[in-house]
Design a protein around this ligand. Sequence first.
Ligand SMILES: Nc1ncnc2c1ncn2[C@@H]1O[C@H](COP(=O)(O)OP(=O)(O)O)[C@@H](O)[C@H]1O
Ligand SMILES: [Mg+2]
Length: 541
Amino acid sequence: MTNQVSRGQEIPLRLELRGITKRFGDLVANDHIDITVEPGEVHALLGENGAGKSTLMNQLYGLLQPDEGEIVVNGEAKVFRSPRDAIAAGIGMVHQHFMLVPVFTVAENIALGAEEIRGGPLGILDRRRNRRDVLETSKKYGLPVDPDALIEDLPVGAQQRVEIVKALTRDVDLLILDEPTAVLTPQETDELLSVMRSLAETGKSIVFITHKLREVKAIADRITVIRRGRTVAPSDHPAATLDRNRTSFSPDTPEDELAALMVGRQVSLEVSKTPAEPGREVLKISGLVVDDDRGIRAVDGVDLSVRAGEVLGIAGVQGNGQTELVEAIVGLRAARSGSLELDGESLAGMGTKKILRSGVGYIPEDRSLDGVVKEFSVAENLVLDMYDRPPFGNAFKLNPKAINESAAERVTQFDIRTSSPASTVSTLSGGNQQKVVVAREMSRPLRLMIASQPTRGVDVGSIEFIHSQIIHERDNGTAVLVVSSELDEVVGLADRIAVMYRGKILAIVSPDMPREEIGLLMAGITGAEAAAEPEPEEETE
Ligand SMILES: Nc1ncnc2c1ncn2[C@@H]1O[C@H](COP(=O)(O)OP(=O)(O)O)[C@@H](O)[C@H]1O
Ligand SMILES: [Mg+2]
């Protein structure tokens, strides 16, 4: 038995998708899609949530069968009945939601599924060989992974490397990455982009699915935009794929133009707002110290104040205490010391429910955990924290009519794309789920609004809307605190920016400060240090 699925190493893979059509009932998720992927290129598949990108790639990876159309690899039409067939033809995929087993090691996860390819359960020899394969692949492509680490102990960025190494140990020539940066920090994203570039340089093709324009412009050789199941092109462009090497698309192509193609209308990527008119101090944080789940100091003596009618943005790489800071404000996490005051009244020991009911709106960073109840309907989610109060009900019963009327109104007002307010939230796209949270939180009188990663995983059209709603809330006189690891988002929304690093506020700066300087602060480098001579590395021979 041979230990590798070998397909003649030197043949580069040229892929053609011809007229691929996929229906789910009445919905046409892919409508006659033609795409060509050349060897050694990074081909970006750009489209909003629900456009049909994953569906298309799942057919290429053998997870779904096309209703019509052909998959052609190096001139030969192929039928992929399972990922095993796709892998055998040289095609690998890293999914949007990782498919790793948390309690297994890296090497075990990479071996999973390989037994199928190798024709039997892994024996001891196979295990040893597998561990060696992992290390070799890791070294060959500059993707550091520890074969013996448990998946559950790894940060998201490292888990993703494991998925990529897993695909590469299968010796694939075309790698599909489905929204790989959605969960990454800016640094992790940059690392991944350079890994993609170097993989392409070795002759592999990369299909990079994303809705982030900045990334596409940074890395893509060619772009295909998909909207509502179809490829779309600018009116003056003959083909649906935009080519960096031709004049039609260059790194200078305005992002607005690509966004308009994706969304099907002009979208404004800039947040439009007038100067803030800050009023009274609404939130006052003094000397706040908060520990994380492991008892490690996450917020280390923070003083901040947010005024009525202003947006205070907190910039920082994820994991620098922002999450714990927000959780402490809304009473989800106890403070070790320091004080939190809302309009002069202490929030200590108040409890989350009471804090939210006293006029604090909260858009949590993980809507699937704290934001929505996926099994409930859109209408139910819209009254999640008000169902026992008039007009929606009282302590004894609900008033379905009032709930439904209010829901229908807000579905329209907040442009929530759902077939009906009675649909369960789990059927909505990520962006629309987030609009449900925003609609709920902004439909009651607020003194303070806390928005944590308000547009994470949200498509361009919805981002524009959510941003305008946040500014609207500010202009109504609410004090707004926005926390985001997307620097562009903080800069766009904030009137003042607090940069958080290792639990401390390093500086409070204006959103007009150059992006690079804010970036340095996010990396913990303050002005004085940046100006000074770099400290010599200590040599320990
Ligand atoms: N297994 C499925 N059954 C029914 N509808 C589906 C299924 N998978 C995807 N869809 C629908 O197909 C459309 C395209 O989805 P998807 O390919 O996941 O979009 P994208 O990856 O671009 O966000 C969406 O409307 C989605 O709800
Ligand atoms: Mg998808």
